[in-house]
Design a binder for this molecule. Structure first.
Ligand SMILES: Cc1cc2nc3c(=O)[nH]c(=O)nc-3n(C[C@H](O)[C@H](O)[C@H](O)COP(=O)(O)OP(=O)(O)OC[C@H]3O[C@@H](n4cnc5c(N)ncnc54)[C@H](O)[C@@H]3O)c2cc1C
Length: 280
């Protein structure tokens, strides 16, 4: 899974497939149900850490479902389309509401699942509907109101496979949108350690504070375990700076939580998702 996740580390998947059509999904869902095989839905793996011992079951990548279409003030995108590509399409069409999501390196499915956001904008701000299939193979169209959501959380979304999403946007002039997008991309390059593999912010923002501020205050910037390190550029990121094992990264996550708890009494909540088995 090192090849399929942005941390660039992780053990093997037992089976890895790329379903594309609804027929493909129906087939794999039926197989998983009848044979009792666990299914894992993977977008771009930019929020996932896979244990060194790998994972059983079937990993279904959405990479081959990547169509995007813009019509009037709407964009529809398949789950495996890059969120950033959707933002670019919106900006080029003079549509506003997603420009601040520029540069988030996930897929549309992953962005909906996590309610990804940045600079005060969230995926659900402009989401209109999602086309899904449940694990019994039943298709459905869910409107935004059917999916209670909050900061990096969507109630009940784990019961579905997201096939596509529709976004409803506003009109704005192309030049101001382009400027906004470029400024966001510039800020990301300036503030985030994009030169190293990572999965973005490790922890959710605690109420009224920033995880990176607490980590910094605890003196943990630059702390390393094996090949994993708290980024010197952005203390909210763990980077794989030198062939980190997933266990290095997991241990570092736990060490950060422990030290912040001891120093500030605050329990950091991990935003990143751990899959598979970790060596002890
Ligand atoms: C450098 C960097 C910067 C980042 N900056 C931000 C940021 O500013 N804001 C932010 O919110 N996040 C950020 N992230 C984290 C990450 O990009 C987002 O959480 C993104 O939404 C994850 O999308 P993904 O396609 O990679 O999902 P994955 O990591 O592949 O999966 C995440 C979860 O979504 C589920 N999932 C994915 N696709 C589907 C689907 N089609 N159907 C059902 N479930 C699905 C998976 O099963 C998993 O549970 C950053 C990451 C990196 C590496």
């Amino acid at each position: 899974m090192a090849r399929h996740t942005t941390y660039r580390t992780g053990g093997p998947a037992e089976t890895y497939i790329y379903p594309k059509t609804t027929e493909d999904w129906s087939f794999v869902l039926k197989l998983a149900r009848t044979e009792n095989i666990p299914l894992h839905i993977l977008g771009f793996g930019s929020n996932i850490l896979v244990g060194g011992k790998g994972m059983g079951g079937i990993v279904c990548s959405t990479r081959r479902m990547d169509q995007i279409a813009a019509k009037e003030e709407r964009i529809t995108a398949e789950a495996g389309a890059a969120l950033d590509k959707v933002c670019e399409t919106a900006v080029n069409a003079g549509l506003c509401g997603m420009e601040k999501l520029s540069g988030i390196p996930g897929s549309v499915g992953g962005a909906v699942y996590m309610n990804a956001g940045a600079f005060g904008q969230e995926t659900f701000d402009c989401l209109e509907y999602v086309e899904v299939i449940d694990f019994e193979g039943r298709p459905a169209m869910l409107q935004k109101k059917d999916l209670p959501h909050g900061y990096r959380h969507v109630d009940g979304i784990e019961n579905y496979i997201i096939l596509s999403a529709g976004f409803s946007l506003g009109k704005k002039d192309f030049s101001s949108l382009t400027e906004a997008r470029n400024s966001i991309l510039h800020k990301r390059r300036e503030k985030q350690p994009l030169e190293f593999p990572s999965a973005g912010s490790v922890f959710k923002r605690p109420a009224g504070d920033y995880a990176s501020r607490l980590i910094d205050e605890a003196g943990l910037r630059g702390l390393s375990i094996g090949g994993a390190k708290v980024s010197e550029k952005h203390a909210g990121f763990i980077i794989n700076f030198n062939h980190a094992t997933p266990e290095d990264i997991k241990q570092l996550m736990e060490e950060i939580k422990r030290q912040v708890r001891e120093k500030n009494g605050i329990e950091l909540e991990t935003e990143q998702i751990l899959w598979g088995e970790f060596a002890s």
